[in-house]
Design a protein around this ligand. Structure first.
Ligand SMILES: Nc1ncnc2c1ncn2[C@@H]1O[C@H](CO)[C@@H](O)[C@H]1OP(=O)(O)O
Ligand SMILES: [Mg+2]
Ligand SMILES: [Mg+2]
Length: 335
């Protein structure tokens, strides 16, 4: 058979197959474009910010969750309900992992289905004290991969966002990390979390000690993991580490850091796992690895470990310095 004959046979059969596969490809890529969901997420985050701004200025009822430093207010719960019901109305088949729903006893399971991972107020202790860094964090994952992230720093009015493969932005201005490679020239950010047990406290303070000893330029804490991570994406700080936070604190901002050119890894140097409750976000891999070498983690139950699921909080009431404080009476384990 001549080459020409072979070619004519091939083109008769191959063309429809090629057409079919390119159609499938086109459809798949159209399916994988989550821009409409992201724009809707931004729209409802703007509405939620109004609720937070109003409540920020007034007296709040405060409740305790896993520890005397793990606070929740009615606004956290209200904003989460508001976000989830708005998303459900538009995308009835989507799934949710929300901080306050999990605290109320809902199971924390990340499946391959489109899932919104929500922290209605990141920085609740700041919110209670009117320390002006409070954020809404919304991540959206499909096949367990984060497709977009939104972090709205409400008081500053800074809206951070990133879509996978499309860069990171703050109020529509493109973001880039500092690119710093030298740990001794780094400004670091971390958080003293909600844990108050001896092992966690000793580990957190010795980590700070070891990093200051390197030495680094300084260590800061803003009070919201989501905003801390976004500061790495702006180049305003060079690296962030945190142990004990949850997936809703950092799922959105991890994508924002990566899309701004940064790296996100586990504190033990391995690949980032949003359920592991350990993170280093840095301007470069060399800085991230140097931090991983210096610090230690205290043990935390994974977010997706069924034993980590909290029982519903039991609350009793007392008062504290102008804010109404409800004290936890029952066992409510989240740490
Ligand atoms: N158990 C925990 N340990 C450490 N950080 C936690 C934590 N629980 C929540 N965080 C988050 O860490 C930062 C402050 O330490 C906040 O972003 C806070 O989120 P939250 O305000 O939504 O509770
Ligand atoms: Mg949070
Ligand atoms: Mg929160």
């Amino acid at each position: 058979m001549s080459l020409e004959e072979l070619h004519s046979i091939f083109s008769v059969f191959a063309l429809p197959i090629f057409d079919l596969s390119s159609n499938i490809l086109r459809r798949t890529s159209r399916m994988a474009d989550w821009t409409e969901c992201m724009n809707y997420g931004i729209h409802i985050a703007r509405e939620a910010r109004e609720v937070i701004l109003h409540a920020f200025r007034i007296k709040k009822a405060v409740m305790l969750k896993s520890s005397p430093a793990d606070l929740v207010t009615e606004t956290d719960q209200r904003v989460e309900r508001m976000l989830i019901s708005a998303i459900k109305a538009k995308y009835p088949h989507h799934k949710f992992i929300g901080e306050e729903s999990v605290a109320a006893g809902e199971k924390l399971i990340l499946t391959d289905s489109p899932t919104w991972i929500i922290d209605p107020i990141d920085g609740t202790a700041n919110f209670v004290h009117r320390f002006p860094f409070v954020a809404i964090s919304i991540a959206f994952a499909v096949n367990k991969q984060t497709e977009f992230g939104i972090v709205y720093s409400c008081i500053e009015d800074k809206l951070y966002s990133a879509q996978r493969g499309r860069g990171a932005f703050c109020n529509d201005i493109p973001l880039a990390t500092s690119g710093q490679e030298d740990i001794t020239k780094c400004l670091l950010v971390t958080e003293i979390g909600a844990e108050r047990d001896q092992l966690a406290l000793a580990t957190m303070t010795s980590n700070i000690h070891r990093l200051l000893e390197i030495p680094v330029h300084g260590i800061r804490a803003v009070g919201t993991a989501a905003v801390d991570m976004c500061l790495i994406s702006t180049g305003g700080a060079d690296a962030y580490y945190h142990i004990g936070m949850h997936c809703w604190d950092i799922a959105a901002s991890a994508l924002i850091v990566s899309e701004a050119g940064g790296v996100v890894i586990d504190t033990n140097g391995s690949e980032f796992d949003m359920m592991a409750r350990r993170v280093i976000a840095a301007s470069s891999m060399s800085v991230a690895r140097r931090i991983a070498q210096a610090i230690q983690a205290f043990p935390c139950e994974r977010d997706d470990d069924p034993r980590a699921h909290p029982q519903k909080a039991q609350i009793e009431h007392s008062t504290d310095s102008g804010n109404d404080v409800h004290k936890k009476a029952g066992g409510h384990r989240r740490l």
